[in-house]
Design a protein. Structure first.
Lengths: 620, 389
């Protein structure tokens, strides 16, 4: 020990004169850092109550609870996270994984209260000083737990597409499907949005777990058209997908298709084994579209004797005759239909119910049923069967309602599509004008492009107002379809020099006039901006109406058909207890999946009706 | 009194010798688990004769939270907020090693800038932990004022952690795939200011602690670990280096960016409490240098995180791995076994404190003075939380 060791410590004496290091009033003088993980904040408007925060919370501190003033809507569970601060460990994984980025944290970390019950984040009742705090933790740029990017679907190049009707979407490989399925957070918001309420998270999970069989069985619980819907479904589910809020929605439709594509014979057989004991009641179904066949499938599973009457030579309805082959190949549709038929559902093709008016397009001749017997009338079916379900769709194209529409060079969009399906070549020639902005307009335009035509789509509103799927519009453009929007048809003229070989299409530019909030702007013709263009063919595709003339008037009154429209109950009930209806004729959404859902619900309604009937008989 | 218990001693040093407590020569004393030193949360059962320790037994279990078991029931992402809690003063080593084992088995590559940020936080953690240790070491020898300086300056480092990660103690910053955030605006300047402040303090500490007759008198010759014990007891870190064993995972099996950084392994030869303190003191200087090097050389931009598979369904291919890192106390390791499911089959955490606080302490305390027990314990720099995972 040296003298230095005694004196040395004394050299730090100046530290005795230092001010205290501690903050005297930390509550006011020591705010948390800018990214401090303090008490939560949740943007109640942006939150959709998907519950992913609840799922990831390793403390089980988060519960999704109902909140006064927040309704369950399409795309919003109506629930909001409640956080128990007795369990929370402030790890902020809930913030990191929040699908809408609504959940963040404030930099506030002090909360004093005499009531031990209050220490929780209660949605809708916050009113805490930190509610509007700008500082605090939020997910950093460049770091995210959920992959916002969809696995790209391999598709044919536009140039290749135009050369044939080969399916343009090629389908996911196993690896791609699993990667896409991995993005799902299993919130189930999609299930509520799906008209058929398919167990979407369930079958996506089956893909992740390589359980094609299980996935197929799950799909068939609510939808007997997986191969078709996996291609052309309007995918309302994807619009509300939680991931859609900060990235691309899960490719739910393509994943459904993946299961249907991968399923083999044994997977399909496993489904058909679920049939219940045979029942003696007979059910007649009019129309072998998705609605009719869906009803047939679920009724047959319940053991009923089901006969389907179809005017066309093949089943599928609009799936076959309204959707081009490059979107839905016939063999895929047949796969779905064949399974329904394989259960023992009798489908009588080429059997038009007597009185059922032919639609505009060319048809196989009316006449006897496929069994050679005479085609029955609606009354006969009503007499002979224990219940009748009709789902005859919307086969009649609306007319433009303009002068000169009877010009020989005017061909409706739906009849072009029907012709192509029937193997005929529609007489389109070179320049084609398609009038309309819906899916049929897009399909007709793209079909015409594939037949070598130059195609212009004219639509009365703006592009954003088009009812067609966004992807159909994009793909049509890729394929060289020209678009003229805000174009109102005025009349169709016959120019003498065209000698009836061309139609002079007169249209005017439209001005969009604001109609106030919640109403879309109205197109108003500008009289001074009228154009006349010559086209080889003008194709109206502005929608279709029902064709219910096969139903006799007295019966129509009983059923409750008013002005070609039918109001049905939740299970397809009409005014006549024995008769049920569904699909496009009664469904506002007018798409395949809604028709399938209608068919399924009607099957339940018919089952209940028949069972009640039976028990009445037994008791009487 | 005739049936007074005869206590068999631990077999470390006094093998075969039995102490007859009824003889009146011996006294049992408990130090801890509520002892006001950082050896807290475990207890030492002392058998003393006068003020000389004739036997010591350690008792752990006051802090067992079953982390390793908890982790088997949580998904890989859910374990991320847990691991930091295994060692309170140095959460970052747990975060890094957990992430590294998971990434290795899952085949995930971490972006370069994330590795720099990880490396930076590990050295910041070392700095904070050593500053806290100064508090314990000086406090145990009655020089608590110096300890307060250390603890205060640790808080400046924690301020940096707070602005970087959003938390002072549990940073939860290193996550599988990378890190959770960029350096905040102006971080480098503020970090350098803190480093300068700490460096300034180290000068004072050197004069007040290492050139202090009291400290020298009490620390020199206390708890000399014989060189041959180092390997047989599995001693690592400054405890080994103070015995002249140049063992440092950062050099021996470089991880992150240590092979690109300029530093030498600090060793001493006395292997006593003083030399161990000296080695740590030098390593504080070393840490300052490493942090400065990183702040200078780190790429200024680049990705900080790799897109992971969806953590809600994340399954990791079957396999097992052991990854290690040099924490302030020696080798810290994570052994991870995956059976291919979404949950770890087994996570084993190898902390240096078990060896140092239990086996080593039981050997080294015998013959020491009661008053030196706390100082000796702190000189092994142990943290009971990581003994009891």
């Amino acid at each position: 020990m040296s003298l230095k060791d005694i004196l040395s410590p004394l050299t730090v004496w100046r530290r005795t004169a230092e001010k205290p290091y501690t903050v005297i009033d930390p509550i006011n003088d020591r705010p948390g850092a800018a990214r401090y993980r303090g008490f939560h904040k949740n943007d109640m408007e942006a939150c959709i109550g998907c519950g992913t925060c609840e799922t990831i919370c390793q403390n089980a501190a988060i519960d999704l609870v109902p909140v006064e003033g927040i309704e369950t809507t399409n795309g919003d569970s109506g629930l909001r996270p409640q956080i128990d601060y007795g369990r929370c460990c402030w790890c902020a994984l809930c913030v990191d994984i929040c699908t809408t980025s609504s959940l963040t944290m404030s930099n506030e970390y002090i909360w004093v209260d005499t009531d031990p019950e209050v220490f929780r984040f209660v949605p809708g009742a916050e009113n805490k000083p930190w509610d509007n705090s700008e500082l605090g933790y939020s997910r950093a740029e460049g770091y995210q737990l959920l992959d916002p990017e969809r696995v790209e679907m391999p598709e044919l190049e536009p140039d290749t597409r135009l050369t044939s009707f080969i399916e343009m979407v090629q389908g996911y490989s196993a690896e791609q499907a699993k990667k896409e399925a991995d993005r799902c957070v299993e919130c189930g918001i999609c299930m509520a949005a799906c008209p058929a309420h398919m167990d979407i998270p369930g079958y996506i999970k089956a893909i992740r777990e390589n359980d094609i069989n299980g996935g197929l069985a799950l799909m068939y619980q609510t939808n007997p058209f997986p191969a078709s819907c996996g291609r052309i479904c309007t995918h309302r589910c994807e619009e509300v997908c939680a991931i859609n809020h900060t990235g691309d929605p899960i490719a739910i439709r393509w994943l459904k298709r993946y299961i249907a594509d991968m399923a083999d014979e044994s997977d399909y057989q496993a489904i058909t084994k679920t049939a219940e004991p045979e029942r003696t009641e007979k059910v007649a179904i009019i129309g072998a579209g998705p609605g009719g066949l869906s009803a047939a499938y679920y009724l047959r599973l319940l053991g009923y004797q089901v006969t389907v009457f179809e005017a066309q030579p093949h089943g599928g309805g609009m799936l076959r005759y309204g959707i081009p082959e490059y979107r839905l190949p016939y063999d895929q549709l047949d796969k779905d239909i064949d399974l329904v038929a394989s259960l023992g559902v009798e489908i009588k093709y080429n059997t038009r119910i007597n009185g059922l008016k032919e639609s505009n397009g060319p048809k196989e001749s009316d006449g006897p049923g496929s069994d050679g017997g005479p085609a029955p009338s609606f009354e006969q079916l009503y007499q002979d069967y224990d219940a009748v379900f009709f789902s005859t769709g919307l086969p009649d194209p609306y007319t433009l309602g303009i002068q000169g529409e009877d010009h020989p060079r005017v061909i409706s969009g739906i009849s072009i599509l029907e012709d192509v399906t029937a193997g005929k070549t529609p007489d389109l020639r070179k320049s084609v004008a398609v009038v309309g902005g819906g899916n049929v307009a897009m399909d007709a335009a793209r079909t015409a492009r594939r037949m070598g035509c130059e195609v212009t789509v004219l639509y009365r509103r703006r592009e954003v107002d088009m009812p067609a799927d966004e992807e159909e519009i994009t793909e049509a453009k890729e394929e060289g379809v020209k678009f003229i929007t805000q174009a109102i048809p005025v009349r169709i003229e016959d120019k003498p020099e065209a000698k009836g070989e061309q139609a002079a299409f007169v249209w005017g530019e439209a001005e969009m006039v604001d109609q106030g909030e919640d109403r879309r702007p109205k197109p108003v013709l500008q009289e001074d901006k009228i154009h006349t263009d010559l086209f080889d063919t003008v194709v109206p595709a502005i929608g279709q109406g029902s064709s219910l003339d096969f139903i006799p008037e007295d019966m129509a009154a009983k059923i409750g058909i008013i002005k070609y429209k039918i109001k049905v109950g939740l299970h397809g009930e009409t005014g006549e207890p024995k008769i049920f209806a569904g699909g496009d004729i009664s469904n506002r959404l007018k798409d395949a999946i809604s028709a399938i859902a209608d068919g399924h619900r009607a099957a339940k309604g018919i089952d209940r009706y028949l069972r009640e009937n039976q028990s009445k008989k037994e008791t009487s | 009194m005739t049936n007074a218990p005869i206590i068999p001693l631990t077999d470390n040093h006094q093998a075969g010798r039995r102490v007859d407590l009824s003889s009146g020569k011996y006294l049992k004393l408990w130090q801890g688990p509520q002892h006001p030193g950082i050896t807290g949360n475990m207890s030492l059962e002392l058998t003393v004769s006068g003020d000389e320790i004739v036997d010591l037994r350690t008792h752990v279990g006051y802090l067992h939270r079953g982390f390793e078991k908890l982790m088997e029931r949580r998904t890989y992402i859910q374990n991320f907020p847990i691991v930091c809690r295994i060692c309170v003063p140095e959460p970052d080593f747990n975060e890094y090693l957990y992430a590294a084992t998971v990434e290795e088995l899952a085949g995930i590559r971490v972006p370069e800038r994330a590795n720099w940020l990880r490396n930076l936080t590990l050295e910041m953690a070392r700095l904070a932990s050593f500053l806290q240790w100064i508090g314990g070491q000086t406090g145990a020898f009655g020089m608590g004022v110096i300890g307060q300086w250390g603890i205060t300056h640790r808080d400046y480092v924690l301020d940096l952690f707070e602005e970087l990660s959003g938390g002072r103690i549990y940073h939860m910053y290193i996550i599988p795939g990378g890190v959770r955030g960029e350096l905040p605006e102006g971080f480098e300047e503020r970090a350098r200011a803190v480093l300068d402040k700490v460096e300034n303090l180290l000068g004072d500490i050197e004069r007040a602690m290492f050139h202090n007759a009291v400290f020298k008198d009490r620390a020199k010759g206390l708890g000399v670990i014989p060189r041959e014990m180092i390997d047989s007891y599995g001693i690592t870190g400054p405890n080994a280096r103070a015995a002249g064993v140049a063992r440092d995972v950062r050099k021996d099996q470089p991880y992150l960016l240590y092979d690109q950084l300029d530093f030498d392994v600090v060793t001493a030869s006395g292997s006593d409490t003083y030399d161990r303190a000296w080695v740590r003191f030098q390593e504080i200087h070393q840490s300052l240098s490493l942090i400065r090097q990183m702040l200078t050389r780190m790429p200024k931009s680049g990705p900080i995180h790799t897109q992971l598979p969806n953590p809600l369904h994340w399954k990791i291919p079957a396999g097992q791995t052991y990854r290690r890192a040099e924490c302030t106390r020696g080798e810290y390791g994570y052994y991870l076994v995956s059976d291919g499911s979404g949950y770890p089959r087994r996570v084993y955490v190898r902390g240096p404190s078990y060896t140092h606080a239990v086996a080593l302490m039981e050997s080294m305390a015998v013959g020491a003075n009661i008053a030196d027990v706390a100082g000796l314990m702190v000189s092994f720099h142990t943290y009971p939380p990581e003994i009891e995972r």
